[in-house]
Design a protein around this ligand. Sequence first.
Ligand SMILES: *Cc1c(COP(=O)(O)O)cnc(C)c1O
Ligand code: SF4
Length: 335
Amino acid sequence: MSQNVLLKASERPAWRVELANLVSDPDELCRILALRPDDADRVRRACAGFRLRVPLPYLSRIRKRTPNDPLLLQVMPQARELVETPGYSTDPLDESQFTPVTGLLHKYHGRVLVVLNGYCAIHCRYCFRRHFPYQAHQINAEQWRDIIAYIRQDPSIEEVILSGGDPLTSPDKVLSKYCADVADIPHVQRLRLHTRLPVVIPTRIDRDCLRWMSDTRLQVVMVLHINHAQEIDDDVAEALRKLSHAGVCLLNQSVLLRGVNDDVEVLAELSRALFANGTLPYYLHTLDAVQGAAHFDLDAARVHALQTALRGRLPGYLVPKFVVEEPHADAKTPL
Ligand SMILES: *Cc1c(COP(=O)(O)O)cnc(C)c1O
Ligand code: SF4
């Protein structure tokens, strides 16, 4: 990172410049989108818990003067986040017990999830990681060696998932080395990335990143995170096209969010838009019971009705699996 800071702006990859130009002030966001600021003091307190962070390419897809825009609702801090809701926790998944070595979660058979860094290009208000001490989760060289040693000694591990935060906020020099280290372990077949960067900063999918993804012997799977068809503009479509060309298998997971995508036509349109861009719907997660996000939650009957309606409308391969993550289950639990 420090090395990149020393480069002249013109020599930095475009995506790093965009990553440095995030909107993080709610007043500025309101100014850009011609919105009247709402309850400034409490919005500021909501930001203190979990900062506003939105990159300009994503911001450009939010409609002006539209307080209920489905993209705006995902990023705009709101006063109602401060309401304490019983039953909503700050560590809903109780993950610490599945961590054999720092930064690695081994919860399900055959795959491990590596929390590569704690940094995201966008802050999604419903995220269950909103209460994590983000910067404390940063894998260093020694921890990475321990992670590789752990994967090497367990032949049941076929797939390594790079997650975060967002793994694609790391430089390609680091990622291509990590990819090579994983490819060097004979029993690993697949490298998976859980990322929102191709959606929020599409220039992230540049030559350097496509090179290591297409050069590896591993099958590369990318699980994107898109909640609404309006998030896919021409630049995102182009990034997805490049990834498909490079042989990356594209899947998408979404979170079911009240006011954003809790509507059968909105969900159907999302599936169609994904497929038109070479991406299959994978999971539709119900909200984790995380403190500060209760206003996005839906009751079980509504979730069930949406699932039934979506099945009645789309071919089976365009219906995402509706799942909930239970702290001690050995896979995501279908609804
Ligand atoms: C969700 C998750 C995975 C991936 O699960 P899949 O069903 O393979 O997508 C792996 N490890 C952990 C800890 C997870 O939370
Ligand atoms: S990009 Fe993913 S991990 Fe980061 S805040 Fe959004 S939902 Fe959470």
